[in-house]
Design a protein around this ligand. Sequence first.
Ligand code: MSP
Length: 517
Amino acid sequence: MKPYFITTAIDYTNGAPHIGHAYEKILGDVLARFQRLRGREVFFLTGVDQHGQKVQQAAEKQGISPQTFTDEVSQYFLKLWEQLVVSYDAWAATTAEKHRSVVKNILSDLVARDWLYKASYSGHYSIRQEQFLTDKERGEDGNFGPEWGEVVFFEEENWYFRLSHCKEWLLQFLEKHPQFVTPDFRMNELKNAAAKIAGDLCVSRPKSRLAWGIEFPFDPDFVTYVWFDALINYISFAGYGSTDEKEKTHFEKFWPCNHHLIGKDIMAPAHGIYWPCMLHAMGFADEQMPQLLVHGFWNSRGEKMSKSLGNIVDPKLLADRYGASALRYYMMRDIVMGRDADFNEERLITRFNTELSNGLGNLVQRTLSMVHRYRNASPKSVTLSDSFEAHQQEDLAAIKEYCQQMEASQVHAALETIVNLLYRANAFVDTTAPWKLAKDPAAADQLDAVLITLLQSARVAATLLLPIIPVAAEEILEQLNLEPLSLVGTITIPELPHDYVARQPTPVFPKIVLEEN
Ligand code: MSP
């Protein structure tokens, strides 16, 4: 099986992460963990975008150097991902020397092959927003509005990447490779953006305006435009351009990336236009192009999260308050892949209480208590009769459905499959009524069969939840004293070991009770 390479976007380190950043890391982690369970070798790369205007400005405000500032903020990100048990294989921090030298080599190679050229541009420039303005930014009266502050007209030299040379290639590539972007409804948006490519891409900033970036190796008055630098992380931290044999082999093994997991705001132009064109110019063949997996946005109280609206949702606060499992579960459950959702703390609590606490927690608790009460922790192995066999077949069908949904990155649907499985298992307890069977000596075998079937269903549910809530799912498997099922190759539900002994249950999902205020 081809190894699986997944990345997330690298986050700007100009401030603390919000719930949208956490969502993307968790989603990447869930997909990476699932593929590992399938027996696939996985390379999960994530990290921080440390250069650029935003970081420089934030550092200036605090009166410290950009490196000190970005190091501190990056530490905060690292700690939070640890708290949320994000299991990445490599950490991309763009100020790392390894990355900087790859970026420089790429620039030198591109200029040698005439993909970069220097030119001067004149136009209106907003001092406050530190950007050139076009006619689009003019108000109805033809002037630039007060939001731009002081606007001056000036001329500036810069380095340009021949994006316009790639336009025809890109349009054809998109036409021939519909799998380049998932969900497929994003392709139109991308084709429209590609059709609008008009000029070249400015890939430098004069140091006089922005000093915090990767210096041009052949023109030290300039630093690299932050996106041109940031996108390269996907290859520099995978081993591209390294002289080390091990790193080179690593790159050849994992590239092309299966999933660049990104939010919808950075698909066009950055990941859908600039990135494939940059790779094309570097000499990557069409079959060596990565694929994009685009997710939607978490909003807050129906609106886009923003500092000015004061509706930023803080993942650290939620993880402290409810724990990583509750937050991870909610974020994977309450959004449809590719679509937007509204963050709602009450729904987080409801999902946790009804599905994890009542659904899974209760099933494990009841099953283990009965196994102890009626069978002294060791049910006798019996041949399952047809009705129990049918229940187990349904569990098997659910595993297959779940795997297909996860392969298609439809995590919300895979969770729906698990919730249905739990519902069926709890209903099975009610219909078979083990407490009645326990009173009837003639039903002894049947009681064993019921308990074994329930232990197996709990084991299936815990296995399938391993990628989503790894810590809690492992705790449940511990209590069940069972290995997770293998999801490698053909899937079966093996019988319990001969010397099986259940452990004592302890609640894994204590109900969240809100204090009255
Ligand atoms: N630094 C760039 C990415 C460079 S990748 C080569 C960047 N950083 S970011 O911090 O602004 O965003 C990081 C990721 O978080 C992006 O994929 C972005 O789409 C995602 N999200 C930002 N806000 C979000 C929500 N409200 N909801 C979900 N994801 C969100 O862009």
